[in-house]
Write a protein that binds this ligand. Structure first.
Ligand code: GDP
Length: 594
């Protein structure tokens, strides 16, 4: 934009009414520009303000001018005040307690492109003054202070760790730095990293590293990135790119500034004034101190002495240590902290919650246990997608595609992308040649995607995790079969094949009355076996009179899981008490098959 006073070009500035004080966000809204553009403009003027920060009229006026507006004070306005209405007031009281919190950043990229070097260089260059000279601890995450703005880095670079946490239901990262070596360019793991970040919907800053090398070619990197739908700002896109060298330290400040820009747009806020919640980043067993967990506090504040539940483990906070080895009394939002006081070792990705007292900690523990159960099968099969689609619960079919040759990727991409309808988008999260890897399965689990292996088999480890997490790996050798299945799923017509398997039969020999009208069928197992969790079909004279879950199985006074042929037992069925001597109870299960 042109400044009128420079006189280089005559421009007409549009009038803009601005109050004496205005937030950056509201100013951007009035000018109909992106908040990030305003933040950047302020940065150029040496003012570091986030989207919620208030700037005065003078500052706002200077900024507005660069966007082609002439600022007017409220009293200069002839309007009835509508144009100067302030930003909407925070509605709920809780909103008023929200405070800005530091961003949490992960570094991803191809091996040897400089992730670790960059992490170390950033840490060394930005230790908070009061902590300089302290003993750095590698606890899995650290916080730096960049010109008064704290930034938290996760210390385990790489997309596997990043997606493994997501697969466990923990979204911890606010922004990702994608490191690409300028002398090497975009590599397979760069592409994987891009796709993992995109699937997580996390903003990216591209760090074009190793700019000190003689064969550095940053434009090649930009071109290669654009081929993977990542167009950087230098090329007119919306992803910030920064040239740097982790070795010489050049450009590192720009990397950090960019992180602040993207995180300010994201309006990262938390309420420090409530019991803490967070997530385990790393955990290790220390010989002398017992289980030590690095926890990233996501909301609230954790205090010494707090009762906590971490994963399914309960404990009381005995010690809190910062990444620089300082003993802390408390830790607020976005702070990584090492915690002592747990009786068992938690796992990375486990959730932490502080409780007011031991009783609520117990209740919370039960809640965590239920959540852990529910998470056990996070994946989605194509059949499940089909039925959820019919129920209107999903709108996107996410796919991870692995093939034997590059040519097949293009053919499959073309074929499946055409299957998208107005109601259902087909999103290819990642497509590459090679076998189906653990990283593919984690990505699918974290994003509820289906894996398509086209002449590509899963690696043994990948198959194991897929079974554990309920991820569907579908193998095909002919494109039209693949297309047919996807099409049926999208149309909500892919019926799961359900087989009814009879597991055993018992005959009712005596009926016992219990309290409250309930009855037990004293029975003899004729063949197979009866087990809890199966369904019990009651047949009388060859006709079915009831079908429902087996609620209880007893041998003498003991509850048992199963009873085999040739034994007597007491059977109770859910919702059925009208047993008659001579009834046959058939135990059966619905099994999904193909
Ligand atoms: P990672 O596998 O991505 O963590 O990569 P590393 O940080 O281990 O770096 C791999 C190699 O590249 C090491 O030998 C580093 O010293 C070197 N390296 C990292 N950053 C730079 C850089 O900016 N310039 C140069 N010349 N070398 C670098």
């Amino acid at each position: 934009m042109v400044d009128q006073q420079t006189g280089t070009r005559k421009v007409t500035l549009r009038a803009l009414h601005i109050p004496e004080a205005v937030t950056v966000g509201a100013l951007a809204e009035r000018m109909h520009v992106e908040p990030v553009a305003v933040i950047k403009q302020l940065m150029r003027a040496g003012i570091f303000a986030n989207i919620n920060q208030v700037v005065d009229f003078e500052t706002a006026a200077v900024t507005a001018r660069t966007f082609g507006f002439a600022a007017r004070r409220p009293e200069e306005s002839k309007s009835n005040g509508a144009a100067v209405a302030e930003a909407p007031q925070a509605a709920a009281e809780d909103l008023a307690k929200l405070k800005e919190r530091p961003p949490v950043v992960t570094i991803l990229g191809h091996v040897d492109h400089g992730k670790t070097t960059l992490l170390d260089a950033i840490r060394k260059a930005n230790v908070a003054a009061k902590e300089a000279g302290g003993i750095t601890q590698h606890i899995g995450a650290y916080q730096v202070d960049y010109k008064g703005h704290p930034i938290t880095f996760l210390d385990t670079p790489g997309h596997e760790a990043f997606t493994a946490m997501r697969a466990r239901g923990a979204q911890v990262t606010d922004a990702a730095i994608l490191v690409v070596a300028a002398n090497d360019g975009v590599m397979p793991q760069t592409i994987e990293a891009i796709n993992h970040i995109k699937a997580a919907k996390v903003p990216i800053v591209v760090a074009i590293n190793k700019m000190d090398t003689v064969d550095a070619d940053p434009d090649r990197v930009r071109r290669q990135l654009s081929e993977h739908d990542l167009v950087v700002e230098t090329w007119g896109g919306d992803v910030i790119d920064v040239e740097c060298s982790a070795k010489t330290g050049k450009g590192l400040d720009d990397v950090l500034e960019s992180i602040l820009v993207v995180s300010e747009v994201a309006e990262l806020r938390a309420n420090p004034d409530r019991p803490a919640s967070g997530v385990v980043v790393e955990a290790r067993l220390d010989k002398s101190r017992g289980p030590a967990a690095t926890v990233l506090i996501q909301n609230g504040t954790l205090h010494l002495g707090d009762h906590v539940v971490v994963g399914t483990v309960r404990g009381k906070v005995k010690a809190l240590t910062s990444d620089s080895g300082r003993r802390l009394r408390s830790a607020g939002p976005s702070t990584p902290v090492e915690l002592l006081g747990l009786s068992e070792l938690p796992q990375a990705g486990d959730k932490l919650n502080a409780a007011a007292d031991e009783r609520s900690a117990r209740e919370m523990q039960a809640e965590h246990q239920r959540a852990a159960e529910a998470r056990r099968a996070r994946g989605l099969t194509l059949e499940e997608f089909g039925s959820r689609k019919s129920a209107g619960q999903v709108k996107e079919l996410n796919l991870v595609i692995k093939t034997d040759v590059q040519g097949s990727i293009d053919a499959i991409r073309h074929a499946v992308e055409q299957l998208g309808t107005e109601q259902t988008q087909v999103r290819i999260l990642h497509a590459a040649t090679g076998s189906v890897t653990e990283s593919d399965v984690l990505l699918a689990a974290a994003s509820q995607a289906i894996i398509v292996g086209f002449n590509a088999k899963p690696e043994p480890g990948a198959r194991r995790i897929a079974e554990q997490d309920g991820v569907d790996i579908r193998e095909y050798g002919i494109i039209y079969r693949l297309v047919e299945d996807m099409q049926a799923a999208i149309a909500g017509m892919l019926e799961p094949v359900v087989k009814d398997v009879v597991e055993g039969k018992a005959e009712v020999r005596q009926v016992f009355e219990l309290k409250k009208g309930r009855t037990v069928a004293g029975s003899y197992v004729l063949d197979g076996q009866l087990s809890r969790g199966a369904l019990g079909r009651v047949l009388r004279g060859g006709k079915q009179v009831h079908d429902g879950p087996i609620a209880g199985l007893r041998r003498f006074k003991d509850d048992v899981r199963e009873v085999k042929a040739g034994y007597e037992c007491g059977i109770t069925l859910e919702g059925f008490d009208a047993f008659q001597v001579g009834d046959i109870i058939e135990a059966h299960r619905q099994q999904k098959g193909s």
